[in-house]
Design a binder for this molecule. Sequence first.
Ligand SMILES: *[C@@H]1O[C@H](CO)[C@@H](O)[C@H](O)[C@H]1NC(C)=O
Ligand SMILES: *[C@@H]1O[C@H](CO)[C@@H](O)[C@H](O)[C@H]1NC(C)=O
Ligand SMILES: *[C@@H]1O[C@H](CO)[C@@H](O)[C@H](O)[C@H]1NC(C)=O
Ligand SMILES: *[C@@H]1O[C@H](CO)[C@@H](O)[C@H](O)[C@H]1NC(C)=O
Ligand SMILES: *[C@@H]1O[C@H](CO)[C@@H](O)[C@H](O)[C@H]1NC(C)=O
Ligand SMILES: *[C@@H]1O[C@H](CO)[C@@H](O)[C@H](O)[C@H]1NC(C)=O
Ligand SMILES: *[C@@H]1O[C@H](CO)[C@@H](O)[C@H](O)[C@H]1NC(C)=O
Ligand SMILES: *[C@@H]1O[C@H](CO)[C@@H](O)[C@H](O)[C@H]1NC(C)=O
Length: 496
Amino acid sequence: MGLLQVVLCALSPALLRASPVRKASTDTSVVLNGQTFINKGIVAFGLIPSDAVDSTGDTLGGFGSAMAIKYRTWTDIGNGSFSGTLVAHPDRGYNVEGTVNYQARQHDIDFVLTPYYGTDDLSFDDAQGTLTVVYKNTTLQYERDDNKTTGLDSLGVRPAMAGFPLDPFADPQMPVPITIPNLSIDAEGIIANLDGSYWVSDEYGPYIYRFSGDGHLIQTIQPPSAILPRDSDGNLNFTSETDPSTGRAGNQGFEGLTFDVDSEIVYAMLQSATIQDGGNDSTTSRYTRLLAYDVSNPTVRPELVGEWVVPLPQSKKNKTRACSEIAFVSPGVFFALSRDGDGRGGDDLESSYKQADLFDISNATDIHGTKFDDPANPIAIDGELDADIIPATYVSFVNYLDDDQLARFGLQNGDEDDDTHINAKWESFSLAPVDDPDYPDDYFLFTASDNDFLTTNGISVGEPYDAGEDVDNQFLVFRVTLPSVVPGSVQRLLGV
Ligand SMILES: *[C@@H]1O[C@H](CO)[C@@H](O)[C@H](O)[C@H]1NC(C)=O
Ligand SMILES: *[C@@H]1O[C@H](CO)[C@@H](O)[C@H](O)[C@H]1NC(C)=O
Ligand SMILES: *[C@@H]1O[C@H](CO)[C@@H](O)[C@H](O)[C@H]1NC(C)=O
Ligand SMILES: *[C@@H]1O[C@H](CO)[C@@H](O)[C@H](O)[C@H]1NC(C)=O
Ligand SMILES: *[C@@H]1O[C@H](CO)[C@@H](O)[C@H](O)[C@H]1NC(C)=O
Ligand SMILES: *[C@@H]1O[C@H](CO)[C@@H](O)[C@H](O)[C@H]1NC(C)=O
Ligand SMILES: *[C@@H]1O[C@H](CO)[C@@H](O)[C@H](O)[C@H]1NC(C)=O
Ligand SMILES: *[C@@H]1O[C@H](CO)[C@@H](O)[C@H](O)[C@H]1NC(C)=O
């Protein structure tokens, strides 16, 4: 940072306070179930440099895979800023040249949010004063026998065994590399529980694990048979290198994980359709599944209490915009982060779809406990949904790629391939209250990107690497009006 930039950053809080409230004419809205949801645009941007390292010495990496605001850390400072701590999960380490023996971990990241409502375009450097993010520490994750978890591809299957709650098969068959018994985890979703534990969803199982705050496995949720990856003989095979014959497609596991704090339901959603539901082809893979587990009694095995079909958006060429995250808004209503793979660090320079959309399951068919939980009965064949199933209602809402909104924070979509270029892989959400008495239904929607550990100055499990490009970890905060939210529920989840 040059001296001039330091001066500008130091001045920016005053500049931010003085700025006028942005004209409502730039707001966009959508009506769902008779209620109007409003996107008031981007209010903050922040980043952590691509080559930052964690306390173990490894590159911090793509922690946007999963993110939550840690319980009881959200604070309205009262001077126009808010602070808190994010817990963020990277996925399975730098794996561009094959999976690595990377222990699953979560990072604590402190932030200060100073929303910017002005119409003037901030410079890229000034914009970073609106959301400062500072890495704090790392909690490594362990499984049974205090063994380390690993990121290595799981070519093997560990037999079911006793776990929690007490039951000889409470730990289901687990994904492990064939050479070692250690549990393979590719984490993609996180819920910060009120008791300090965390639910973490993964792509291999695809399973949902509960870890203690200090990183020890407590219990595992195994989804219905239709979702488990099976080979042509019906045996489990958790590899992510090839697609199974039925069940979740390779690397299309539980990307979405969220919590309804009032009913104590965990929701998990597959990134796109299972193989038998059309997931073997990107033009037929739009019908994905959302699952609901009742976790209200921590001493029993969580029960599957709901399952619905969510129709993901498609490109003009019918390519599915797979979904990288969900967030509970209110009973029946959820955010969905659906997108392409283009942008900084991605396939093409210019991205055509990155959105925080909404879907509503209130009229959708609950298929849990029906024949559709058996892989022999697909919900969709070649992309045609079974006529007996009503899918969720899916509507377009917050567009990340609005050029004017990006320009207010010095960002752009594909004009230049530099640090100001919006990242390809946005993968996480967190909601927090704005606390504005004039707009009681307004919330901040935090979202972060996964950079796939892409840096020219990296360290992977102690070894240096050069990924050929530098992709910073970008964060955005939108301000949204969510009229359906049960008053106080977002505050209860955050413990404020
Ligand atoms: C509010 O106070 C915090 C903590 O001192 C500071 O980091 C932040 O910049 C302040 N915000 C404004 C708008 O002055
Ligand atoms: C659910 O169905 C009712 C009655 O047909 C309709 O008014 C409402 O808009 C539908 N909601 C959604 C989200 O599809
Ligand atoms: C990280 O910091 C938090 C807050 O200071 C603390 O509670 C936690 O124990 C720390 N974790 C590690 C692994 O040091
Ligand atoms: C497996 O776990 C054991 C016990 O924690 C550890 O010593 C070993 O390094 C782990 N192996 C791998 C490949 O992670
Ligand atoms: C899973 O499939 C891979 C690739 O086909 C194979 O190498 C591996 O042995 C299989 N594992 C099991 C447990 O069948
Ligand atoms: C933990 O690792 C040890 C040493 O490799 C192994 O003997 C033991 O079976 C592992 N535990 C589990 C639950 O896999
Ligand atoms: C996907 O599976 C369906 C149903 O088995 C089949 O008709 C289709 O040809 C497959 N598509 C690809 C690309 O393999
Ligand atoms: C997309 O799907 C629709 C409906 O199945 C079909 O009519 C159309 O031809 C497809 N378009 C392309 C480009 O494949």
